[in-house]
Ligand binder design. Structure first.
Ligand SMILES: NC(=O)c1ccc[n+]([C@@H]2O[C@H](COP(=O)([O-])OP(=O)(O)OC[C@H]3O[C@@H](n4cnc5c(N)ncnc54)[C@H](O)[C@@H]3O)[C@@H](O)[C@H]2O)c1
Ligand SMILES: [Fe+2]
Length: 440
C-alpha cells in the first residue's frame, strides 16, 4: 500500500512552530521574482540561513490508472484480501449503472458482493453508520467505494469504523482516534475533484447539520482506481464544480502555512493540468484524454492537501455548504474567488507563482503587477467553466452574511482557518462572507 514515505527534518529539535516564528520575525525581504521560496530566515538554534521549514510527506495510496481499468477490479480485490472474499460495494445512487457493472465484475471474479447505496451529496453521519452496519452484517473484508467524493467519503469512513461499534460522530473533528484496524478499501472516483481517493479525510454532515470531518491513516485507501471512462456521464456543471474543487485544493496547498517545496511539485503539476484540460473536459464530455488528465490532477491535488491541508476557501466553503447546501466544489471556488487577493497580500511570492501557473505573464515583470492579475485571472477561469458565480438562485443573499460568517468561525472550521496563510478575524469573516454572497 505504501509506495513512498519521505521525512525531511533538519534535526529532531527543529520544530515547525520554531521555524515559523523565526521566519515571521524577519522583515519581508521577498525577492521580486516568480519563485515561491519563503523569506530567508535564520534557524533559532542552528543559526543557519534557511528558506525551508521542516515537513512530512506521504505515505500515499497506490494508484492504478487506465481506460476501462475497472475491468480488473476483481483481481485487485483478490490481491488485497484473497479469493472468494465478502465485499461491500458502496456506490453512488447517481451512477447506479456503474455500480451494477462493478458488481458484475466482482461476482465474475468469485467474490461475494453486498450493495449499499443510501448516500446523498454532502453525506449524513447516519448514512455512514448504515454503511458500517451493512459491512458488519455481510462480514465484509473489503469495501469498494464507487462514486463522487460523497460516496468515497462514506465508503472510507464505513470501512474505518466497521471494526468497532461506535458511530461516525464519535470520531468527528478527530476528537477520538479512529479504530487502529480498518477494513481494506478500494476507491473508484466518478467525479474528478475532491481527491478523496488519495486523502486521509472523510467529510460528513452531523445530526446538528454541521459539516464536519474525520481524519486519520485508517481513512487512506489501500488502492485508488482511476478510470476516465467512469467520469464521462458527469454533467458539465458538475465537471466544472468538481474540477474547480481540485484547482482550489492545489492553490491552497501551496499557499497555506504548511506549504513546502516537495508538495509544491505536486500542487503546480495539478494546477497546470487543470488549466489545460478542464475546459476541454467541460466542453467535450467524452474526451477521455481531457477527462483522464483532470482525474489525475484531482488525485494529485488530493495528495497535496493531504500533505499540507486546506485554508480559507474550505473554511468559508464548508460554511456555505452547511448554510445553503451549495455543491462543495462551487462553494470553495466562489470562496477562493472572494479571498484570493486578500490572501495574496500576506504571501505575495507564493501567490505570484500561482498567478504564473494560471497563465499570467510573469517574465521580467514586477511581482506587484503579476499579483494584480491573479484574482481577475482566477475569476475568468472559473467563469470560463460555466460555474455560476451568483448565489441568488440558491436562495442566498447579502442578508445571510452574518450567519455565514458565524458558521465560518465555528469550531468545525478552525483547523482550516488556522492553516490559512493570513490570520482570519471575525471582522474578516464578515467582509469575505459579504463578498461571496453579493457576487454577480
Ligand atoms: N475526503 C476528502 O478529502 C474531501 C475533499 C474535498 C471534498 N470532500 C467532500 O466530497 C463531497 C463532494 O464530492 P463531489 O464533489 O465529488 O460530489 P458528490 O459526490 O456529492 O456528487 C455530486 C453529484 O454528482 C453525481 N455523480 C457522481 N459521479 C457521476 C457521474 N460520473 N455521472 C453523473 N453523475 C455523477 C452524484 O450522484 C451526485 O448527485 C462533499 O461532501 C465534500 O465536502 C471530501
Ligand atoms: Fe475541497
Amino acid at each position: 500500500m505504501i509506495v513512498i514515505a519521505v521525512i525531511f527534518m533538519m534535526r529532531p529539535d527543529f520544530s515547525a512552530p520554531d521555524a515559523m516564528r523565526a521566519c515571521a520575525n524577519l522583515p519581508a525581504t521577498l525577492a521580486d521574482g516568480y519563485g515561491y521560496l519563503s523569506p530567508d530566515c535564520v534557524h533559532p538554534q542552528l543559526g543557519i540561513a534557511m528558506t525551508l521549514s521542516p515537513f512530512y510527506f506521504g505515505p500515499l495510496a497506490s494508484v492504478a490508472f487506465g481506460v476501462d481499468r475497472i475491468e480488473k477490479l476483481g483481481k485487485d480485490v483478490t490481491s488485497l484480501v484473497g479469493g472468494g472474499a465478502p465485499v461491500l460495494l458502496i456506490s453512488d445512487p447517481g451512477v447506479s449503472a456503474l455500480g451494477d457493472r462493478a458488481e458484475a465484475i466482482l461476482k465474475v471474479a468469485g467474490h461475494r458482493v453486498a450493495r449499499f447505496q443510501d448516500i446523498r451529496s454532502d453525506p449524513l453521519s447516519r448514512q455512514i453508520d448504515g454503511a458500517a452496519e451493512a459491512a458488519r452484517r455481510h462480514g465484509a473484508r473489503l469495501v469498494v467505494g464507487l462514486g463522487g467524493g460523497s460516496a468515497l467519503d462514506v465508503s472510507k469512513m464505513a470501512a474505518a469504523i466497521a471494526t468497532d461499534d461506535k458511530p461516525a460522530e464519535h470520531y468527528a473533528l478527530a476528537v477520538n482516534p479512529l479504530p487502529a484496524i480498518s477494513l481494506c478499501k478500494i476507491c473508484i472516483p466518478t467525479t474528478s475533484g475532491t481527491g478523496s481517493e488519495t486523502t486521509k479525510v472523510s467529510v460528513f454532515t452531523n445530526e446538528k447539520g454541521e459539516k464536519v470531518w474525520a481524519w486519520g491513516s485508517s481513512l487512506s485507501a489501500d488502492m485508488s482506481l482511476l478510470d476516465p471512462r467512469l467520469t464521462v456521464g458527469l454533467p458539465a456543471h458538475l465537471t466544472a464544480a468538481t474540477g474547480i474543487d481540485a484547482l482550489v485544493h492545489a492553490i491552497e496547498a501551496c499557499t497555506i502555512r504548511r506549504a513546502n517545496s516537495m508538495n509544491d511539485g505536486v500542487c503546480f503539476q495539478a494546477i497546470g493540468l487543470i488549466v489545460e484540460y478542464l475546459p476541454r473536459a467541460v466542453s467535450t464530455p467524452d474526451d477521455l484524454d481531457a477527462r483522464g488528465h483532470v482525474q489525475i490532477a484531482a488525485s494529485l491535488a488530493g495528495i497535496a492537501i493531504d500533505n499540507s491541508g486546506t485554508g480559507i476557501a474550505h473554511a468559508l466553503g464548508h460554511a456555505l455548504g452547511a448554510l445553503g447546501h451549495v455543491h462543495h466544489g462551487r462553494a470553495v471556488g466562489l470562496s477562493l474567488r472572494a479571498a484570493l487577493a486578500w490572501n495574496a497580500e500576506a504571501e505575495p511570492a507564493r501567490h505570484a507563482s500561482v498567478a504564473a501557473a494560471l497563465g499570467v505573464a510573469s517574465e521580467g515583470r514586477k511581482q506587484k503587477d503579476v499579483l494584480a492579475e491573479l484574482s481577475p485571472r482566477f475569476d475568468a477561469f472559473v467563469r470560463s467553466t460555466g460555474l455560476a458565480v451568483s448565489l441568488s438562485k440558491d436562495g442566498l443573499s447579502a442578508k445571510d452574511s452574518e450567519r455565514l460568517a458565524n458558521l465560518m468561525m465555528a469550531p468545525e472550521n478552525k483547523a482550516m482557518r488556522d492553516s490559512n496563510c493570513r490570520t482570519i478575524t471575525a471582522a474578516d469573516a464578515l467582509t469575505l462572507s459579504q463578498a461571496v454572497l453579493s457576487a454577480a
